[in-house]
Design a protein around this ligand. Structure first.
Ligand code: 2PG
Length: 231
């Protein structure tokens, strides 16, 4: 069985080097082109999909749509969930990564960006960036609306969604693609590959490049590879 993961193509805030998290920024033209190339590469390698999963954020949704279009799979059911959203970056959202590094030090910024269990500074509920103010998050119980997430707390929402919703589709033999984000996908990779809390610090995922897992009958990964968009 194969499972395809793809991080969205370059977003406006990737380009501007801003902490993004749940901020719903669009793809750049470059990001849209990356997503189309990813779809073309998947098609060349014989991929087609039966079902797709993505987040509530347009950079992932649009990336998925480009991939589905290029693989003649626009018809497939698409399931969206906030549980696949990027890690919420709390009070860092909207700040420039370089400027924050100048103020707090590169090491602190690396810890905020890549550590397993360090959360960013949290938002206040009165903050306009609080997700509870947005229509699309009205379904989330108030005590589950994040004020800022570590990778560890992101995993606590991503993995139940994988186990309860996505995994049954894979187990049923469906060809599944998940279009999501750097840190929601790092959380899933950590779980699938049993990567340690220490080693996950060194894992980053490129934008707009499909990552294929080949899974055995127990859905344990037996191999993984990126599909190069230039091929
Ligand atoms: O800003 C963000 O939300 C993420 C993804 O772009 O950044 P990083 O995990 O690389 O800090």
């Amino acid at each position: 069985m194969k499972l395809v993961l793809i991080r969205h193509g370059q977003s406006e805030w990737n380009l501007a080097n801003l902490f993004t998290g749940w901020t719903d920024v669009d793809l750049t033209d470059h990001g849209a082109a990356d997503a189309k190339h990813a779809g073309q590469a998947l098609k060349q390698h014989g991929f087609h999909f039966d079902v797709a999963y993505t987040s509530y954020l347009k950079r992932a949704i649009k990336t998925l749509n480009y991939v589905l279009e290029e693989t003649d799979s626009l018809w497939v059911p698409v399931h969206k969930s906030w549980k696949l959203n990027e890690r919420h970056y709390g009070a860092l959202q909207g700040l420039n990564k370089q400027k924050v590094a100048e103020k707090y030090g590169a090491e602190q910024v690396h810890i905020w960006r890549r550590s397993f269990d360090t959360a960013p500074p949290l938002l206040e509920k009165e903050d306009e960036r609080y997700p509870g103010h947005e229509q699309k998050y009205k379904e989330i119980p108030e005590d589950e609306i994040p004020l800022g997430e570590s990778l560890e707390t992101t995993i606590k929402r991503v993995i139940p969604y994988w186990e309860e919703v996505i995994k049954p589709s894979v187990r049923a033999g469906k060809s599944v693609i998940i279009a999501a984000h750097g840190n929601s996908l790092r959380g899933l990779m950590k779980y699938l590959e049993d990567i340690s809390d220490e080693d996950i610090v060194n894992v980053s995922i490129p934008t707009g490049v499909p990552l294929v897992y080949e899974l055995d009958d127990n859905l344990e990964p037996v191999s993984k590879y990126f599909i190069d968009q230039e091929e």
